[in-house]
Design a protein around this ligand. Structure first.
Ligand code: ADP
Ligand code: MG
Length: 342
């Protein structure tokens, strides 16, 4: 998908969230293209230009530090110094990399922030996307290992031990950014807000009058904005990873952007999407990708082992499976899918 169709599609999703039956009338929200996607913040009747400004400035700051694509982002400097020397970076980046390492360990490397060489090789979602050769994939895989990241909190440095290694925080940075937006909003004394960073949603507080937010969950087979179920939540984040987000097609086969650190190809395990509902967005973002790569059986075990974490798994056969507590929030609305309770 190119940038413009992505913008239009994401705006459609935002509209769906705002117009689900039972949603309160809203004042205009603010949307900007940042972090590689459309980001929308709605502060309802408590929105002021200053707070909106502060939030979007912070999102841009996070992008400038953590983007793998911006030349001279702090992340880019770490990557360019791979195998050469440690780089001093802002504590933001140390925090996110340490959280990424935590999930890399939990997911036994299925989630791995050193996936950068593979992401760059496929370049899915960019003008350079292509089907790489076996030898190129093998070379990229040999550079991936989260254990070769050295973080020195005291010195404030990050070092990649081997030349050509490359960090990519695409699976976690938006979650961190959503949490940061939430922190600014709370610090401003604002009690309710919806933050949507390209489908990475943080719903703060509850609706005016005390009802929960009703958030549509993207139907992975339909246009952006079409939902197959609804989650009713207060103070929760919802993050979805799916095969529809960024992909290209070649010879009738779809190649999407969530990559297996085992074989180097887009993960092909019968899953169409996975949605995580939890209390903080950085964890939900890392987990949505982790659970997708792990697949249903191992993914469910990991999700069940964590506090305040539920997940909804959608399969190519149109079945929907959930963790044990997910139905406290989630209702299936599209009957072309079937909810299977194991
Ligand atoms: P979205 O881009 O829709 O937010 P995800 O949160 O699932 O979706 O992140 C996907 C991105 O994460 C990819 O575009 C890539 O940058 C990165 N990525 C892909 N595969 C992995 C992996 N196995 N581990 C960690 N990051 C990954
Ligand atoms: Mg993610």
């Amino acid at each position: 998908m190119n940038r413009y169709s992505e913008i239009i599609a994401t705006l459609a999703l935002t509209l769906i969230i705002a117009t689900l039956p039972g949603c309160a009338k809203t004042l205009p929200s603010q949307s900007e293209f940042v972090l590689g996607t459309i980001c929308t913040v709605n502060l309802y009747d408590q929105g002021s230009p200053e707070v909106y400004h502060q939030i979007f400035d912070r999102l841009r700051e996070i992008e400038n530090r953590m983007s793998a694509n911006l030349e001279d982002s702090e992340l880019d400097q770490i990557n360019r110094m791979a195998g050469i020397r440690p780089v001093v970076v802002h504590p933001d980046l140390i925090d996110v990399i340490q959280r990424a390492l935590y999930f890399a360990e939990k997911a036994d490397g299925a989630f791995d922030p050193t996936v950068g060489p593979l992401v760059k090789l496929w370049s899915i979602g960019s003008d350079d996307e292509r089907l790489p050769g076996e030898d190129e994939i093998a070379a990229a895989l040999s550079l991936i290992n989260w254990r070769d990241i050295v973080v020195d909190r005291e010195q404030g440095t990050v070092f990649l031990e081997r030349p050509l290694m490359r960090l990519d925080l695409g699976a976690i940075a938006k979650g961190y950014a959503a949490d940061e937006a939430g922190r600014i909003i709370r610090a401003a004394g604002i009690k309710r807000a919806l933050i949507d960073l390209g489908g990475n949603i943080l719903a703060l507080g509850e609706k005016k009058g005390g009802a929960p937010w009703r958030v549509g969950i993207q139907n992975p087979l339909d246009n952006r904005g079409a939902y197959f179920g609804i989650a009713e939540v207060r103070d929760k984040t919802l993050v979805t990873s799916g095969i529809y987000e960024r992909f290209f097609e070649y010879d009738g086969k779809r190649y999407h952007h969530i990559l297996s650190t085992q074989d180097g190809y887009p993960v092909d395990n019968g899953l169409l999407s996975i949605t995580v509902i939890s209390g903080n967005s950085i964890d939900a973002d890392a987990l949505s990708t982790s659970l997708f790569v792990l697949g249903y059986e191992q993914g469910k075990i990991l999700a069940e082992s964590l506090d305040d974490t539920e997940a909804i798994f959608v399969f190519t056969d149109m079945s929907v499976h959930c963790t044990s507590g997910a139905l406290e929030y989630f209702t299936l609305t599209d009957t072309t899918f079937s909810l299977i309770q194991d």
